[in-house]
Design a protein around this ligand. Structure first.
Ligand SMILES: [Zn+2]
Length: 312
């Protein structure tokens, strides 16, 4: 039977919505800015936006979806179907799964964006033919910030939505962080931090990619910022090696595009911090920007056959 699935990836800036067929092919994708409203209205406005996107996708394809997969940013309690908190969008303890299911009239699979992108990466990307990696891995998305998912013994660690916030774990040499703490990894180790520190010193508004190019051209300040990022990242990676001992650390996001030299630097720096520990392979993520929608598809398939409005 050719079933169709609605897919929603809700980020702080925009929503990606897609329609997939039963072969897992994503037939259409719509992207629009996430509507910004007062925090108390944010969940309702989001759900009506999802409903409109869903209608457009199904009308265009002339197909009715069997279920939907919804992933959202922020803190998420996937088991309870609740968006606990989104700093960008404002909701608190919103029953997003049930609200969306009622609005669409479909069963909905619900989860956290980073966790599901990581699951897609491990099931369909770098871990597809690598059972060891699928069972014990850390997926680190290094972009503006640093988002992390921990797969331990075949289970994604959630802890009610609070696990995996390694971007906000302290590292030596970290700076003040918008989260309110001081010393967070993402204030030094992210692509955003590299660009910001370079701008603060030089006044040049560039991305991390340009800072790498500046280093290659002999810019010592660029080299020192990148070195700080490497040291901060491997400080955290070493702690992961001694706590959850991943077989591999899969790196995605902008900084993972920095090339083999950057991976070699990370490997060397990490090696200096380890003794008896299992050495994780450092792997570049295979799935690109669509990892989120692929993750939503995993949830939609799981939800297919469950009645609309049902809690799980
Ligand atoms: Zn922080």
């Amino acid at each position: 039977m050719n079933e169709h699935f609605l897919l929603f990836d809700v980020g702080g800036t925009d929503i990606k919505a897609g329609l997939a067929d039963s072969n897992g092919e994503i037939l259409q994708v719509l992207r629009e800015p996430t509507r910004k409203v007062a925090p108390e209205d944010s969940a309702e406005v989001l759900v009506s936006q999802l409903q409109q996107l869903g209608t457009r996708l199904q009308d265009r394809a002339g197909a009715a979806a069997a279920s939907a997969g919804l992933i959202v940013c922020g803190l998420v309690d996937a088991d309870e179907g609740i968006g606990i908190f989104s700093a960008n969008l404002g909701w608190r303890n919103a029953p997003l799964k049930a609200m969306t299911s009622t609005a669409l009239g479909l069963p909905v699979g619900f989860g956290h964006d980073v966790s599901l992108a990581a699951r897609a990466e491990l099931e369909l990307g770098s871990g597809a033919k690598d059972e060891a990696l699928r069972h014990n891995a850390v997926v680190m998305i290094i972009g503006t910030g640093i988002a992390t998912a921990l797969m331990v013994d075949g289970r994604l660690i959630s802890a009610g939505g609070y696990a995996g916030e390694l971007g906000h774990s302290q590292v030596p040499g970290g700076f003040e962080c918008p989260c309110g703490a001081t010393g967070c990894l993402e204030t030094v180790g992210s692509a955003g931090a590299i660009a910001k520190r370079y701008f603060d010193k030089t006044g040049l508004k560039v991305g991390a990619k340009e800072v790498f190019a500046a280093r290659a051209a002999g810019d010592e300040f660029a080299a020192s910022i990148i070195n700080d990022a490497v040291e901060a990242l491997t400080f955290t990676m070493a702690q992961l090696c001694s706590s959850v001992a991943p077989e591999g650390i899969v790196l995605g996001g902008g900084l993972a595009q920095a090339g083999p030299e950057f991976f070699a630097e990370l490997e060397q720096s990490l090696e200096c911090r380890l003794s008896f520990h299992r050495r994780p392979r450092l792997i570049s993520a295979h799935l690109g920007a669509d990892a989120g929608l692929q993750g939503a598809l995993i949830l939609a398939r799981e939800a297919s056959g469950v009645q609309a409005g049902q809690a799980s």
